[in-house]
Design a protein around this ligand. Structure first.
Ligand SMILES: Cc1cc2nc3c(=O)[nH]c(=O)nc-3n(C[C@H](O)[C@H](O)[C@H](O)COP(=O)(O)O)c2cc1C
Length: 343
């Protein structure tokens, strides 16, 4: 449809509020052959096969969370996704300890494999030879250059606002700097994107789309406890902390340079800024954490979430969310010339 007709259609909804379908087309949608420039973050435990399939069915791309590499869990998620076209994401340093997981994943012929947190080089060739797009999530411009040299098809620039593990750069400056650094490779913005404002802003920074984690956590299909989703809805963006407290408790071997962002809970309030003292008390505190995790007691066990939690007020179906984010972004982009441009 010519642009003029599309805009007219968009700005005149039918009496029941239906709008003409509007797609945001970018290099990301072209490369991945999807309708909407949105990726589901491959969140450990949370990005289940069911959620990934729902996101793909909504026109974006779902990535199953390969996490710390539990093969049985992954098998179950592939089965849950059925024949829906979903990808998978791995924590790279953890995959290096169990590289067979990649072969098992490639047997499912995923359209894309995302690697985060570590050197993608040992896995890049195998992923691309299998016909999957290689998505690399990075936290610095140096890592983006390395990913480009290693053949990344798509680079996710993750700012420190994001939920879960990351580093120190903020999304607002990291994204355009990475866009400038990596030439024609599409860059996806991650970290703090929870609504259409974030998507529209990311496109203006030069990104070809967004990857959302925290926002998708608070959806019906997401794995994870209802209590955790309710905490994400209740929290504002001031309520998160980034640090190493919970990795000390869980003892999962994260490299020194990565910290994790979670909602501040009673445990965090008790130990914030006192990592050294916590290390002195690890034995007892690890037991306390283990018990709390078993009982889903989130005053001690962490709810992993980013600053975008402050923009989340509900727990919709993933399809409703995707549609909402795209519609909001399209509305903003269409309204922008009239709102801002003066001759
Ligand atoms: C609950 C949760 C778990 C996560 N687990 C992983 C993971 O296993 N692997 C990974 O690459 N990224 C993980 N992330 C980080 C995401 O890939 C992404 O960078 C982040 O969610 C983006 O920021 P946002 O949360 O503001 O959307 C996780 C994020 C959250 C919120």
């Amino acid at each position: 449809m010519p642009l003029g007709d599309a805009l007219a259609c968009w700005s005149s909804p039918t009496p029941d509020g239906m709008k003409c379908a509007m797609n945001l087309t970018t290099d990301l949608t072209e490369i991945l052959r999807i309708e909407h420039p949105i990726l589901l973050a491959p969140m450990d435990v949370v990005a289940t096969g069911e959620l990934a399939a729902a996101v793909t069915d909504a026109g974006a791309l779902g990535l199953i969370g390969g996490g710390y590499g539990q093969a049985d869990w992954l098998d179950t998620q592939w089965r849950a996704a059925g024949n829906t076209r979903v990808g998978v994401g791995f924590i790279t340093w953890s995959l290096a300890l169990n590289p067979g997981l990649l072969d098992a994943a490639l047997d499912h012929a995923p359209p894309a494999v995302m690697l985060s947190f570590g050197d993608e080089e040992p896995f890049a060739g195998k992923i691309k030879d299998a016909g999957a797009k290689l998505i690399c999530q990075i936290q610095t411009v140096g890592q983006a250059r390395r990913a480009a040299d290693n053949g990344a098809d798509i680079i996710v620039a993750q700012g420190t606002e994001g939920g879960g593990h990351g580093q120190r750069r903020a999304t607002l400056t990291l994204v355009p700097e990475v866009v400038d650094a990596v030439g024609d490779i599409p860059v996806v913005a991650a970290g703090g994107v929870s609504d259409g404002r974030g998507l529209a802003a990311a496109l203006m920074l030069g990104a070809a789309g967004v990857l959302m984690g925290t926002r998708f956590y608070a959806t019906q299909e997401a794995g994870g406890r209802p209590e955790a989703k309710a905490e994400i809805v209740a929290a504002d963006g001031d309520a998160t902390i980034r640090g190493k407290l919970f990795d000390l408790l869980r003892d999962v071997g994260w490299p020194e340079t990565y910290t994790g962002r979670v909602l501040r809970n009673d445990f965090a309030r008790q130990w914030e800024g006192r990592d050294d003292e916590l290390i002195q008390n690890l034995e007892g505190e690890r037991e306390r954490y283990k018990q709390a995790a078993m009982k889903h007691d989130f005053s001690v066990a962490p709810v992993i979430a980013g600053e975008g939690t402050g923009l989340i007020q509900d727990i919709p179906d993933a399809a409703v969310l995707v549609e909402r984010v795209v519609t909001e972004a399209a509305d903003l982009l269409i309204g922008a010339p009239e709102k801002y441009l003066r001759l």
